[in-house]
Ligand binder design. Sequence first.
Ligand code: PLP
Length: 382
Amino acid sequence: MDDKLMLMIPGPTPVPEAALLALAKHPIGHRTAEFSNMIGEVTENLKWLHQTENDVLTLNVSGTGAVEAGIINFLSPGDRILVGSNGKFGERWVEVGKAFGLNVEAITAEWGKPLDPAQFAEKLQADTNKEIKAVILTHSETSTGVLNDLATINSHVKAHGEALIIVDAVTSLGAYNVEVDVLGLDVVASGSQKGYMIPPGLGFVSVSPKAWEAYKTAKLPKYYLDLGKYRKATAKNSTPFTPPINLIVALHTTLGMMKKEGLESIFSRHERQKNATRAAIKALNLPLFAPDEYASPAITAVSVPGMEADKIRSAMKKRFDIALAGGQDHLSNKIFRIGHLGFVSDRDILSCIASLEVVLAELGYDKFTPGAGIAAAAKVFG
Ligand SMILES: *Cc1c(COP(=O)(O)O)cnc(C)c1O
């Protein structure tokens, strides 16, 4: 049966019908008053979502482009930076830093474990010459489902005084309470196909006054991703280059939906769905890959000892048209990941867990009482 696909991967995430209809409209000119008004409203609502007075800039890139822009605009070749790395995305920012000739020190933890804030504190406190120019942190590490302790790591960065904090918030923004101004986060990057409920193609970067100071002397080369251009254009409710018009129109729609739902309610929905998913997985006697205290609100990774994760995923797709994500790199075929990010309802979680029970039983996994997963999830929702 067509059109019943349920995306439960951590991006792209499901798109609500109102946004799909917006995408289906004829593009309008991007230098018209109508579009300019839309840019103005979108920018206001992005600031609301980021809980900030800082600039929030919209770029025609995927999330990686947004993070890259957030790095190259504020640093110079040879600058010393600390990069948290406990998964695929942390590793990516180490690679980006190296690609641009930065002096990168990775602070690592095993995949599935959170980063240790004390290791950041140690490096930052020892740096009395203030050579560390930035700390880059992946807040919600999508590859493992770990939510790193942003607040504590950030407090060590603040105590250092000089370094900027640059945050990959791609799967935490719009799912978790990321208080940009309260925490004083300098650069926060995110992408449209995650919490924003629209397809891939837009990246967002918020920039603090302190980061704009660093921008003035930053020497890494940039052109298309030069955030100064975006800042100037955004101030005039415009864009420096041709934007993906229809994505902006769809974003205008979904940001309106988010405002209507309210931040508290959005965060508690993600928290509740995370709790229900984890309770169900525990009841199925499958090991959760990330510890409870550091569990991402957007994604739950599940270990499957003695089974092939990809068999479970393909059966879920074939039998129930539910798309789950696999493991990356050494976790390939070892874990599967359930996305509960963006336009996901409690009903979707119940459907997913019930389907998973059927698939597990079909594949011969018998370490659970039929219905136990659903009962555990229902208890969280009840
Ligand atoms: C999805 C994601 C990104 C961006 O990936 P793109 O494919 O470039 O959109 C970056 N960081 C995290 C944590 C992500 O989940």
